[in-house]
Design a protein around this ligand. Structure first.
Ligand SMILES: Cc1ncc(C[n+]2csc(CCOP(=O)(O)OP(=O)(O)O)c2C)c(N)n1
Ligand code: SF4
Length: 246
């Protein structure tokens, strides 16, 4: 059996809850940066939410952006350090709710960064509120205690369907519920980093990810929910590959 060696870029254990997807995402990021020889040039921009725990645990430069402003912070860094490998690691609240404008402007300007969005269907860090973009209809959260109701709160929406209409380099959605999908997600992330290395435009990779703590489910049941429920609304696929289309 092949054993995946822990990337050296990860220098200590992180404080994410057991079964959280953020740790898998961090590991995939580290594997990609190491395999592409990008560690020395890497700057991570993490959001002041659950992604934040990555800040001191990777051997690379990094900054925590104010909640929702990560795409704007990463844009600034890329403008002054164009040679750097700049990526965002943030949640779906940061990227699609409070930071919706920042994400759209970064896409509109086709800024050549790699944006990684953890879609866990909730505001994890603040205790599990409904995310207007990603909480499924019927899902119970601390701000939709009887389950999300369409009349009261509208429906979830697929931001990648909007972002693919911008003139950007790459938009894709991966998932973490089994090894096959984790490996597929890694390929998407690698593509996002390669695009940046090759001087191409904005790449965004969204990842369906479990939050067992706020979903009040076991890690195993959380993975089953991701596959059986969330993926139906948020399909795993490549939405846009400008280079590949040519
Ligand atoms: C300007 C501002 N508004 C609100 C907050 C409170 N806040 C911190 S994290 C967060 C939501 C986190 O959810 P998400 O971005 O999906 O990330 P997750 O923790 O689920 O990974 C909120 C509302 C804040 N810190 N700053
Ligand atoms: S609250 Fe959810 S997203 Fe945050 S660390 Fe725990 S499981 Fe992960």
């Amino acid at each position: 059996m092949a054993i995946r060696k822990k990337p050296e870029m990860i220098n200590q254990q992180v404080g994410w809850c057991g079964g959280c997807g953020h740790g898998i995402v961090q590991r995939l990021i580290a594997e990609c940066c190491e395999e592409l020889g990008l560690v020395e040039k890497t700057v991570q921009v993490v959001d002041i939410a659950c992604a934040y725990w990555s800040i001191d645990t990777l051997n690379c430069d990094g900054i925590a952006g104010p909640h929702g402003r990560c795409a704007a912070v990463a844009t600034g860094i890329k403008k002054v350090r164009p040679e750097a490998n700049v990526y965002v690691h943030a949640g779906d609240g940061c990227s699609y709710v409070i930071g919706l404008a920042e994400t759209c402007y970064t896409a509109m300007r086709d800024i050549p960064i790699t944006m990684i969005v953890v879609n866990n269907g909730t505001f994890g860090m603040t205790g599990g509120q409904m995310n207007p973009a990603t909480t499924l209809l019927g899902d119970k959260t601390v701000s939709s205690v009887k389950g999300r109701d369409e009349k009261a709160a509208g429906k979830p929406f697929d931001m990648l369907k909007i972002l693919e209409t911008f003139d950007i380099e790459y938009a894709a959605r991966g998932a973490l519920y089994d090894t096959k999908h984790i490996n597929q997600t890694k390929k998407m992330l690698k593509k996002g980093f390669e695009n940046q290395r090759d001087g191409k435009g904005f790449s965004i990779i969204e990842i369906l990810s479990p939050c067992p703590t706020n979903w009040k489910m076991s890690p195993v049941d959380s993975m089953i929910k991701l596959e059986k429920e969330n993926e139906l609304i948020f399909p795993v696929r490549v939405y846009k590959d400008r280079g590949g289309e040519k």
